[in-house]
Design a protein around this ligand. Structure first.
Ligand SMILES: Nc1ncnc2c1ncn2[C@@H]1O[C@H](COP(=O)(O)OP(=O)(O)OP(=O)(O)O)[C@@H](O)[C@H]1O
Ligand SMILES: [Mg+2]
Length: 225
């Protein structure tokens, strides 16, 4: 599903260049659950942004579901993100003025799904994450764990093949972390590919495979038996 070959990413800040990824080759098959670990600044979010087509690599190749992402323009990339990928971030990234269900239906409105269907699917997704009673609440009226479950509902409402999560439990207590990890287990059990960045070993151990990033390189790829 994911195939990176010698991917590099150089950031330019004024005249200063920084190579955040220095030649990363990685293959992730459809249906795998992979955790990405590594020190702060090692390049995990950079890697995730490239996997999620939120940013483009400077060199190397990236194929997603057989398609060469490097050949695509911004319109194609936006379509890939919308149709194939669900995102969950540490900071939830919900729109504060919208009730939960409106936040969840947003990816569907970008995809041109009709209004009535959007609402029904958003509510069904919120029910799947255990928030059927909170569909009308705004993010500020929900706990952190509930807000992250709204974000998971938003990630799964479009039925994406790939779910990318960057420190999704970083702001959650242990109970809310357990709830969110349970949801990722379910997504994995449904055959979706899940890639999760985390600093926490217990969180990473939910995945079948742990990838370590260090100084812009994959230091080690561990596969649990
Ligand atoms: N937009 C940018 N412009 C310049 N440098 C950047 C940019 N984004 C990231 N970097 C640099 O690239 C390196 C990797 O950053 P990245 O965000 O991928 O790290 P990370 O592994 O996700 O760290 P953390 O665990 O703290 O989230 C860092 O040195 C960072 O300063
Ligand atoms: Mg990061």
């Amino acid at each position: 599903m994911i195939e990176l070959v010698e991917v590099r990413k150089t950031y330019r800040t004024g005249s200063i260049e920084f190579e955040a990824l220095r030649g990363v080759s990685l293959r992730i098959d459809q249906g795998e659950y992979v955790a990405v670990m590594g020190p702060s600044g090692s390049g995990k979010s950079t890697l995730m942004n490239i996997l999620g087509c939120l940013d483009t690599r400077t060199a190397g190749s990236y194929r997603l579901a057989g398609e060469d992402v490097g050949e695509m323009d911004e319109v194609d990339l936006a379509e890939i993100r919308n149709q194939r990928i669900g995102f969950v971030f540490q900071q939830f990234n919900l729109l504060p003025s919208l009730p939960a269900w409106r936040n969840v239906e947003l990816p569907l409105s970008y995809a041109g799904v009709p209004r009535g269907e959007r609402r029904a699917r958003a509510i069904a997704a919120l029910e799947r994450v255990g928030l059927g009673e909170k569909v009308g609440n705004r993010p500020g009226e929900l706990s952190g764990g509930q807000q992250q479950r709204v974000a998971v509902a938003r990630a799964l409402v479009s039925e994406p093949a790939l779910v990318l999560a960057d420190e999704p439990t970083g702001n959650l207590d242990s109970t809310a972390t357990a709830d969110v990890l349970q949801l990722f287990d379910e997504l994995h059990a449904q055959g979706r590919t899940v890639v999760l960045i985390t600093h926490e070993q217990e969180v990473a151990e939910r995945a079948a495979r742990i990838i370590r990033v260090r100084d812009g390189l994959l230091a080690e790829v561990g596969v649990r038996s």
